[in-house]
Write a protein that binds this ligand. Structure first.
Ligand SMILES: *Cc1c(COP(=O)(O)O)cnc(C)c1O
Length: 462
């Protein structure tokens, strides 16, 4: 399988190169040139697989012969062996036809571990084979950073620089990054928003004169391998709820559109997905698109769900590419217009097609807290604010669901303790490993919201 750019003007790459590619040279994002498709019979045959076996089955066609089967199975086993729950992604019934898929049992307590535990290991595997060193540049709204660091912490081939918005991630999120003292891990607190951080990282990738002698690698959700790893749990949940014989819908707390895009791909690969619900917080560019074909940028406002405080959803370009019959030229026009005007609108027929699969719902902070409180009272389960947004959207849009709706629980409530106190008035006890975290020594660098200052620091530290 080869990978092509959403802007249609970059050389196709094999998997091993897409693993270390950031944006394509034409500014687009890499996507597979074709998708594997599983028949109903093939999906039925997956029903008894363990999570690791299923992960291999779903991902093998994307990886091809880039990693031999035995080695790939081993990397998968190691990646998910770091999870604390033996089911890896347990599924819970909250009320009739409303399920919650817990994706937060990995080492950093958010769903990003599913992709980054594997990506870190695949990178290291590739680099050690080639004896090559790389520089990873990333931006995080809170959870990517720690998950990326955790996935790369043992590598001898990686220097990792992580930008995060100073003061806009929780103490636990920050400490999960900054208490990793390994010399190849560098955390940079930027006096700006997540979008600023993401823009700086994009600019550094586009600047050939910056670190000209180093291979720069992205681990943000623009990295195809992350999307790939996230497809697996859609199948996992679907198989547990009767796929391929029964349709399932998913509600996904959404920021950068990576997680829900994996659901879109799962559907294209044959999983019977009825609807995908885009659940957003007050930063609602995606809700406005799916409600009114209005993808127009506004300022980012902080919310109780900081990992979704995003206004430009990078992976949305991948959906636009699919919706425009994979016509790169159209995407160039759309994205150029978005860049200059800050707004984008698609043709009616394209919009209609998007609406066939996607629904959306926006949830403000008060409703988030109310949902955390209500579900806790009804079920005894505490949702984190991101997952609560997903659950709220699922139950509002499908009040009397006639088929299973699965909300992706993207983070553990232990990660967002202030919100839990606001919602239910009590502080959930800290798991032991988090107690240790709160006592650990931190190391990070503060920088102004200025690309040149940040670049100067990185050049000096690499
Ligand atoms: C990253 C993140 C999201 C958003 O996921 P995207 O793939 O960026 O849409 C939602 N919830 C949590 C807890 C996250 O860490």
């Amino acid at each position: 399988m080869k990978y092509v750019s959403t802007r249609g003007n970059a050389p196709a790459l094999p998997f091993e190169e897409v693993l270390t590619a950031g944006l394509a040279p034409d500014g687009g994002l890499y996507v597979p040139d074709s998708l594997p498709h599983f028949s109903a019979k093939e999906i039925s045959a997956m029903a008894k697989l363990s999570y690791g076996e299923l992960a291999y089955t779903i991902m093998a066609p994307f990886v091809g012969d880039a990693i031999p089967e035995k080695d790939f199975r081993e990397l998968i086993a190691k990646a998910y062996g770091s999870f604390r729950h033996s089911a890896i992604a347990p599924l819970k019934l909250f009320e009739k036809n409303q399920f919650v898929l817990e994706l937060f049992h990995g080492p950093t307590l958010a769903f990003k571990d599913f992709a980054l535990q594997l990506l870190g290991r695949m990178l290291d595997y590739n680099l050690s084979k080639r004896n090559q060193k790389i520089v990873i540049l990333g931006a995080t709204s809170g959870d990517t950073g720690s998950a990326a660091i955790s996935g790369c912490v043992d590598s001898k081939f990686i220097q990792l620089f992580m930008l995060f918005p100073d003061g806009r991630v929780t103490d636990i999120q920050r400490r999960q990054m900054t208490t990793v003292l390994a010399p190849h891990i560098h955390n940079i607190a930027v006096a700006g928003t997540f979008d600023d951080c993401q823009n700086h990282v994009k600019a550094m990738f586009n600047d050939a004169t910056f670190l000209p002698n180093h291979k720069k690698v992205a681990v943000n959700s623009i990295n195809w391998a992350r999307i790939m790893a996230q497809i697996v749990y859609y199948f996992w949940a679907g198989l547990h709820l009767g796929a391929p014989h029964r349709a399932i819908s998913f509600s996904v707390p959404t920021g950068n559109f990576g997680d829900i895009y994996a659901g879109w791909i799962a559907k294209a690969m044959g999983l019977p997905i009825e609807k995908l619900i885009v659940a957003t917080n007050r930063n609602d560019i995606l809700d406005r698109f799916f409600k009114a074909n209005d993808y127009s940028q506004k300022g980012v406002e902080p919310s109780l769900s900081p990992s979704m405080d995003i206004q430009i959803s990078s992976n949305f370009e991948r959906l636009l590419f699919d919706l425009h019959k994979r016509d790169g030229k159209k995407i160039v026009t759309l994205m150029e217009s978005f860049k200059t005007t800050g707004a984008l609108k698609v043709e009616d027929s394209v919009y209609k097609q998007a609406k066939e699969t996607f629904l959306s719902h926006k949830v403000d902070d008060d409703a988030t807290l109310e949902t955390m409180r209500n579900t806790f009272e009804k079920t005894g389960e505490l949702l984190d604010p991101h997952s609560a947004i997903g659950y709220r959207a699922a139950t509002k849009l499908f009040a009397n669901a006639d088929h299973p709706i699965v909300t992706l629980a993207t983070a553990s409530p232990a990660k967002f303790r202030d919100a839990a106190v606001k919602a239910i008035g009590i502080e959930a006890p800290l798991p032991l490993h988090l107690k240790e975290l709160m006592a650990g020594k931190e190391r990070f660098t503060q920088k102004p919201n200025d690309l040149q200052e940040i670049q100067k620091y990185i050049v000096g530290a690499v």
